[in-house]
Design a binder for this molecule. Structure first.
Ligand code: COA
Length: 174
């Protein structure tokens, strides 16, 4: 999948050390659901699953110049896809890489998977992510109150989605 700024490439076995560095130490972690550090073996198992499990299509985000900058993917639940993304290299934040990655992935997902909707959860204070998702066609649906235990307290989460119908109308216009 290739866009204007990024391409999405499959996860390969050689990516494990890069993924491990990101998941245990990147600046993006402050915006993601907290978890204990992963071992290399755990990351290896996750990467192998992410590369092969049809229920969790997952890709590495790479700039068109060939720099690996993050990961995105879906968890499939019946006709819903639950979306997640992290650009782990902060020097690439707020330059449109996220929007491009989200748009080409959502487009491909609706084209090949029988999805009614793609949804995601985001922290209310993550304004950069919310803006990115809105630019890519997502709508804020509401606030899930006291939803997630995060750094010692319960936090609200915003749920956003894009429906197949909305995506279809947009692609018909272009
Ligand atoms: C969220 C993320 C994928 C977005 O990708 P990105 O490449 O940074 O996003 P984009 O550049 O496409 O869009 C960001 C927009 O937010 C704007 N923005 C940045 N900081 C902002 C802030 N504090 N308040 C409001 N808008 C802000 C940018 O200016 C840009 O809008 P514009 O194009 O209208 O100027 C990326 O920043 C990231 O991975 N962050 C860390 C992990 C994370 O938050 N993951 C999402 C968890 S739900």
């Amino acid at each position: 999948m290739v866009g204007n700024k990024v391409r999405l490439r499959p996860i390969e076995p050689d990516d494990v050390l890069l993924l491990l560095r990101w998941i245990n130490g990147s600046a993006a972690l402050q915006w993601l659901q907290p978890r204990l550090p992963l071992t290399q073996r755990q990351e290896q198992a996750w990467a192998a699953r992410a590369a092969t499990d049809p229920q969790m299509p997952t890709f590495i985000i790479q700039t068109l110049r060939g720099v690996d900058i993050g990961v995105l993917g879906l968890q499939l639940e019946s006709n819903r896809g639950i979306f997640g993304i992290a650009i782990h290299e902060p020097r690439f934040w707020s330059q449109g890489y996220g929007q491009d990655a989200v748009e080409i992935f959502v487009d491909a997902a609706f084209q090949v998977l029988p999805l009614q909707r793609i949804e995601l959860l985001v922290l209310p204070e993550n304004l950069r992510a919310i803006r990115c998702y809105e630019k890519a066609g997502f709508t804020q649906e509401g606030v899930l109150r006291s939803y997630l235990y995060n750094r010692g307290k319960m936090q609200d989460m915003i749920i956003m989605s894009v429906l197949h119908e909305e995506w279809r109308r947009t692609t018909e216009r272009t």
